[in-house]
Ligand binder design. Structure first.
Ligand SMILES: [Zn+2]
Ligand SMILES: [Zn+2]
Length: 369
């Protein structure tokens, strides 16, 4: 069968403007270790919305293809292409993947942390008009580069779940690991009620937390957090002092054993420290900048807090997220996280809807018209 030489793509050419439907070239040959994938599902992430709006921007990044949470069916694989366990990747296989890494830099070779790779390749850091063109999720056919760690997907994990594992899922599970794990009965505060915050709420509950307090908004998002295991919610538009009192009241006056920042914002650091119990742990995940968020170090010392940063995730976190969905597929109403699937031509409207706190996670199926 002849391979496609171009792919339909929804391309971001200007911030806050409609995506442009365009044909992008595909590489002439599939390099050893690479794969060409027919995308079956892309889920959008808050970062896509920030890139679209221009809230997050890099010089010379446009034109680019949004989307870094996707799965699909392999249509062609290069010589020796395997997944992260060394299993052959062949046409017809269903795969997901993580960002590409170089394997040779200090982060890769010495720290052995793929998230610390000096040339970590995100789909969204690659221009759509330069080789290998179609690496983002809003394409019909995606080129998965040799350096991207791949994973053959188990049948019981739905496309949406596996796609979401590509960023939101792995980011949350890494943050829990960085926090040292949640003890049965522990108290947890989740700052943020977007897709990450809601998923973290569910993970906290499934991990055995006794009290899970989700701080965020708008109100309908807090309702969703309750469906996903929040034992209490606090609106983020309440007075900061009231939020601190509420967390204290809900935790027998002690504060939370774990605070997870999935929100960011100028007051998040100060509040996280106030929410935390003596010897508590704070995982900073949502503070992507650029605005500073002061942290009262005197309280960090006085409470003997542990503050850890957690940066996205790697193929191990991705694998854990896929396994998590496989294990806990019936435990929460996961599908409530996702919007109705639309084709590439509907992607613009979905990104815009997410920017207005419409749906939590838009789903694009590029096979749809
Ligand atoms: Zn590297
Ligand atoms: Zn993301």
């Amino acid at each position: 069968m002849a391979l496609p030489t171009t792919t339909a793509a929804a391309v971001l050419t200007e911030h806050s403007a409609a995506l442009t439907l365009r044909e992008l070239p595909l590489p002439d040959e599939i390099e050893p270790g690479a794969a060409l994938v027919r995308v079956t599902c892309t889920t959008l992430c808050g970062t896509d919305v920030h890139l679209w709006s221009g809230q997050m921007t890099f010089p010379g990044m446009l034109p680019m293809v949004l989307g870094h949470e996707m799965v699909g069916e392999v249509v062609a694989a290069g010589d020796g292409t395997t997944d992260t366990f060394g299993r052959d990747v062949r046409p017809g296989d269903r795969i997901g993947w993580s960002e590409s890494t170089c394997g040779k830099c200090h982060g890769c070779a010495i720290l052995r942390e793929p998230v610390a790779c000096a040339s970590r390749g995100y789909g969204f850091l690659q221009r759509a008009d330069e080789f290998p063109y179609a690496t983002g999720g809003l394409v019909q056919y995606c080129y998965v580069t040799p350096g991207a760690a791949k994973l053959l997907l188990p049948a019981e994990v739905k496309d949406t779940w596996a796609a979401m594992s590509g960023c939101a899922g792995k980011t949350v599970l890494r943050a829990f690991a960085r926090s040292g794990g949640v003890r049965p009965g522990a108290t947890v505060v989740v700052q943020g009620a977007g897709a990450l915050g809601v998923f973290a709420t569910a993970v906290a509950r499934i991990s055995g937390a006794g009290t899970v307090i989700t701080v965020g908004g708008p109100d309908d998002r807090l309702k969703v957090a309750e469906q996903f295991g929040a034992t209490a919610t606090i609106p983020v538009d309440s007075r900061p002092h009231d939020r601190i009192i509420q967390v204290r009241d809900l935790t027998d006056g002690r504060g939370a054993d774990h605070v997870f920042d999935f929100a960011g914002g100028p007051t998040v650091g100060e509040e996280a420290v106030a929410f935390a119990a003596q010897r508590g742990t704070i995982a900073v995940v949502g503070s992507t900048g650029p605005q500073p968020s002061p942290v009262p170090l005197g309280t960090v010392m006085g409470k003997e807090l542990t503050v850890v940063g957690s940066l996205n995730g790697d193929i191990a976190d991705y694998h854990r997220s896929v396994e998590f969905f496989g294990t806990f597929g019936t435990r929460m109403p996961w599908d409530e996280l996702f919007g109705e699937p639309v084709g590439l031509s509907g992607a613009s409207a979905r990104v815009e809807s997410m920017s207005r706190f419409g749906e939590l996670k838009a789903v694009i199926d590029p096979r749809l018209p």
